[in-house]
Design a protein around this ligand. Structure first.
Ligand code: ADP
Ligand code: MG
Length: 700
């Protein structure tokens, strides 16, 4: 255990420079690692721990093993070779035998490599050495990895004879140096815990300073894990607290009020041609409750690909229209906005709803007309991309904003929305399956609704991994039965011209050779809006049997007669994208098949494809993906402007999420803006952690 030193006490905010052994030069280097204060240092958690508890006696020595001995130095020699190598050798003895220990260093003109050795290694002193045993002509020699001179008390061992923390270092900052200064910091720091006392009590949290000591210098691995959990809880607690602050901030009254008049909703329901699924009814109820309440809605609607989110959104939009409020529907791509417009026009055929599509390819005259109608309030529904959030688009009275496929939207958009005045009701929809606990955490500022079933009569989609030729045969078989096919090429990014060429090139080949006599269409992101629209229309009407395309069709495209999809270079796609793509088929009455052609270069990539073949359900896919890759990568949390968790781990610490959420609510119930004196440290800590994120920008 680390005994606190009585002589000096430092605060968490004390600069690292005040620590013994850290001068101005090293403190500059530490800054490079983000370590400015003692607090930073204590939060710089080990990347691993090495068990160096077991001491051996020299008589047990075995070549090739890494061993630890405790002995007395008998003699020391320093040698410089002509090849600019410095060798330190020391003979040590422990009563059972003697051993030669060696340190080899490159000589430097700038400093004396022997300096610290000369200070430390003196005949007669006790020392611990750890390193690999090498057999040589002199018998056995240890190539010393680390050593520690035994001071007055053996309790003080930090590098050997215990579980030793290993830190990620950098040029000039070794793990050993970090270990030493973390140890020194722990000796003299006075720790104030930002987590309120009442939470510490209710959740049985060990004191923060013992958590720091146990995470860096644990007596055993259980102790380390206890400390890790404690610190992870705290991280989640902070995160949930700010997310709840965001949520509260939005709980101001909205200016618009709704009543259900039914003159649009009833005919819509009667004419849509199917019965809503129980899930759809349930989420519509949840959404309507939000709309009818006097607080702005902030709801996330999750539902797998094809679960029927569009008509749910449409129901909400119609309720807004019934109440003379305008609505905006934002899609992540122009093509999806176009597709939505076609579908929605179809659903609203005979209803008095004035709707318009506004994208960057809308012609100037039409654009001006739409903008004018929007500002005057005669446009009831405007469909477009996130460009709808720009200043140019003025509404007379916008009551509702629906964001489709939220995973494609960045933080910026969410922030823009929260700054609108008056605050509209917001519904975000996503088919990117996110495991429940994770969703709860990442979308802690939103209420969540879930559609957990598909409309009846959906066909199971068979997924196969085939060679190109076999795949083409299957495509031909489907076309003979008058069904249609997608052939998808990777196009990671719309500006990725090299890949784009391959889709165009392959199109020519498929058209002139493989599928000669069959009509093929080509659709990619670099085409003009009107071109895209006409290709989509032609595919929808059946003029083309095959659509050669890219991930541009990933979301929203709905052609029920398409029953086969070939995904080329499937190893290039992430699981979420593959799942979205596959969601384009299996939408009609006929059995559908998805064929991947893949050449995986790594085990992970192969595993991903196998998972894709086995799992139909998006949520199961997400769980499996989480297990192989971890959440950060899947959801790009840092990309979305969330802070990186330093110690909490979504796969290991899921069970902490709910208690952390409860703890956050407990505090905010009593002190909604954290203004009480006993919460000032917490507030300051949150500011420090979150000040650079969108979250803070929303609540500050
Ligand atoms: P997603 O949730 O992926 O956005 P969509 O809203 O595009 O799904 O719906 C997929 C298809 O299912 C559409 O053709 C839609 O008309 C149809 N659909 C939606 N709800 C139902 C229902 N209750 N019964 C039958 N078909 C439905
Ligand atoms: Mg959709």
């Amino acid at each position: 255990m680390i005994e606190k030193s009585q002589s000096t006490t430092y605060q968490l905010s004390t600069p690292v420079q005040y620590l013994k052994g850290v001068g101005p030069k090293l403190s500059e280097k530490l800054k490079g690692l983000g370590l400015g204060t003692i607090e930073d240092l204590l939060h710089y958690y080990p990347r691993a721990w090495e068990d160096r508890r077991q001491l051996h006696s020299i008589s047990e020595l075995q070549p090739e093993l890494v061993m630890t001995f405790k002995g007395t130095i008998r003699s020391v020699h320093f040698l410089e070779t002509k090849t600019k190598i410095g060798i330190v050798s020391a003979a040590i003895e422990d009563g059972t035998g003697a051993l030669l220990c060696k340190w080899i260093r490159k000589l430097s003109y700038r400093y004396d490599v022997f300096y610290s050795f000369k200070k430390d290694l003196k005949p007669g002193i006790s020392i611990l050495v750890n390193g690999k045993i090498i057999k040589d002509f002199a018998g056995a020699t240890m190539m010393v990895n680390e050593y520690e001179v035994l001071a007055q008390s053996e309790e003080n061992l930090i590098h050997i004879g215990r579980i030793v923390p290993l830190y990620p270092g950098t040029e000039g900052i070794t793990s050993k140096f970090l270990r030493t200064i973390v140890y020194r910091a722990l000796l003299c720091v006075q720790v104030t815990d930002p987590t309120p006392k009442i939470i510490q009590g209710h959740y049985y949290l060990m004191p923060l300073d013992s958590a720091f000591r146990k995470i860096h210098f644990p007596k055993n691995f259980e102790e380390k894990e206890e400390a890790r959990k404690r610190l992870a809880f705290q991280e989640f607690f902070y995160f949930q607290t700010v997310m709840n602050l965001v949520k509260q901030k939005r709980k101001i009254s909205k200016s618009s009020s709704y009543i259900i008049k039914k003159h649009l909703l009833t005919p819509f329901k009667e004419k849509c041609g199917f019965e809503f699924t129980p899930s759809q009814k349930k989420v519509i109820r949840e959404i309507f409750n939000d709309l009818l309440s006097d607080r702005p809605m902030n709801r996330l609607l999750q539902g797998d690909v094809g679960s029927g989110k569009t008509i749910v959104a449409l129901s909400a939009i119609l309720l807004a229209c019934e109440n003379k409020l305008q609505a905006a529907l934002m899609a992540p791509t122009e093509i999806l906005a176009e597709q939505h417009t076609i579908t929605i026009k179809h659903f609203l055929k005979s209803l008095p709803v004035n709707l318009g599509l506004l994208t960057s390819s809308t012609k100037k005259s039409k654009r001006e007309k739409l903008l004018k109608e929007c500002a005057e309030g005669s446009l009831d529904l405007v469909i477009g991309t996130h460009a709808l959030l720009e200043k140019e688009v003025q509404f007379k009275k916008c009551g509702l904003v629906v964001i489709d496929e939220q995973h494609r939207f960045g933080v910026k958009h969410r922030l823009l929305l929260s700054k609108k005045n008056p605050i509209p009701d917001v519904l975000v929809m996503t088919a990117t399956p996110i495991p429940r606990t994770l969703a709860q955490c990442l979308y802690g500022d939103l209420d969540v609704s879930l559609i957990n079933e598909l409309p009846p009569g959906r066909q199971k989609i068979e997924t196969l991994w085939k060679k190109e030729q076999e795949a083409y045969e299957i495509v031909k078989a489907h076309i003979r039965k008058n069904n249609q096919a997608y052939i998808v090429y990777p196009l990671v990014d719309e500006s990725d011209k090299i890949e784009l060429k391959s889709a165009i090139k392959e199109f020519q080949k498929l058209k002139n050779e493989t599928f000669k006599g069959i009509s093929l269409g080509l659709l990619h992101g670099q085409m003009k809006g009107s071109q895209k629209e006409s290709v989509m229309k032609d595919f929808y009407s059946g003029k083309f049997s095959i659509l050669v395309t890219t991930t541009i069709i990933e979301v929203g495209i709905d052609v029920p007669n398409a029953t086969v999809m070939v995904i080329e270079n499937a190893e290039r796609f992430g699981l979420a994208t593959l799942h979205q793509l596959r969601g384009r088929i299996g939408r009609g009455k006929n059995a559908s098949v998805c064929i991947v052609i893949a050449n995986p270069q790594s085990e992970e990539s192969k595993k991903r494809i196998e998972i894709f073949l086995k799992n139909q359900n998006g949520f199961q896919l997400a769980e499996a993906d989480l297990a192989i890759r971890g959440p950060g990568e899947i959801f790009g949390t840092s990309q979305h402007g969330y802070p990186n968790f330093k110690i909490a781990d979504f796969s290991l610490d899921q069970e902490l999420l709910v208690p952390a959420q409860k703890a956050a609510r407990e505090i905010l119930e009593k002190d909604p803006s954290l203004l009480k004196k006993e919460h000032s440290v917490l507030r300051e800590e949150l500011r420090k952690i979150f000040s650079k994120t969108w979250i803070w920008a929303t609540i500050a």
